[in-house]
Each structure stands twice: as C-alpha cells, then as structure tokens.
Write a protein that binds this ligand. Structure first.
Ligand SMILES: Cc1ncc(COP(=O)(O)O)c(C=O)c1O
Length: 138
C-alpha cells in the first residue's frame, strides 16, 4: 500500500483537510468560548451567537431561510435525517408506498439506515455494471 506522502488524494467529497481560516476561527470556540450553545446559562451566549451568525451567513449564501439550515455531526446523521424525513413526508402523500430501491454502491451509512426500515419497507438492492455505473456518473 502506498504511504500517505506519495498518495495523490482525490476524495475531497469524503473529507478534506480543514482550511487554515476555519481553524483560526474555530480555535477560540474550542478553547475559550467552549460552552454548549443550547445551555441556559452565560457560557452558552458566545457559541450561540456564533452559530446564529453562521446560520444567517449560510442562508444568505444558499438563498434560503436561516431556519432551513440544519447542522449535523456528519454524513451518517445527515443521510438518516434526509431519508427518514423524506419517507415521513412520502408516507403522508402515498400511505401505501412500501418499496425502496437502493444501489449496491450506495454508502453503507445510507444502506444501513434504509435496512433499519425493514420490514415496514421492502428493500431491493440493485447491482451496478460498467454501463449503468457510467450512467450514474453522468
Ligand atoms: C455519502 C456518504 N454518506 C455517509 C458518510 C459517513 O459520514 P460520517 O462518517 O460523517 O457519518 C460518508 C463518508 O464518507 C459519505 O461519503
């Protein structure tokens, strides 16, 4: 296996090094203003204000409402939130819908989240060959 220094890393979709500007901004919240932003005491004020400002800036950037921004801990939680939320809405619109189709190359975080819905939903995994894989990449 190639050592880390000789590797050309192309998977920034999965993770990337933290930008120095982000580290510089975060240091004071990790070391000085480290309070829980949802606590009801004075230590929450600075982190709460910083999150409010970040939410507003992101909403402006994404042309959405601040309350539409949801911060999560990472990919698995985001996937679960999106999947379960979408399915809840779908269930209201189409109560009989009970069949989910997922490709075998889906990230395990998604596959496991969907599998947790069985037996309420029938889960079908579809395989991927080179032709369909190219199609998925278009
Ligand atoms: C599509 C997708 N879903 C979920 C994850 C898992 O993310 P986390 O480890 O932050 O839960 C990743 C991580 O690479 C991902 O690429």
């Amino acid at each position: 296996m190639a050592d880390e220094n000789s590797l050309i890393y192309l998977d920034y979709n999965a993770t990337s090094p933290t930008a120095p500007e982000v580290i510089n901004k975060m240091v004071k919240y990790l070391s000085v203003h480290w309070g829980n932003p949802t606590s009801p005491h004075v230590r929450s004020e600075k982190p709460k204000a910083a999150i409010r400002k970040s939410r507003q800036q992101l909403a402006t950037l994404l042309s959405c409402k601040p309350e539409e921004i949801i911060f999560t801990s990472g990919g698995s939680e985001s996937n679960a939130l999106a999947l379960f939320g979408s399915l809840k809405t779908l269930k209201q619109k189409r109560p009989l819908a009970n069949h989910l189709i997922v490709s075998v190359i889906e990230h395990k975080a998604t596959t496991y989240a969907l599998q947790s819905l069985a037996p309420e939903y029938e889960i079908t995994e579809i395989s991927v060959d080179s032709v369909r894989f190219q199609f998925l990449l278009i």
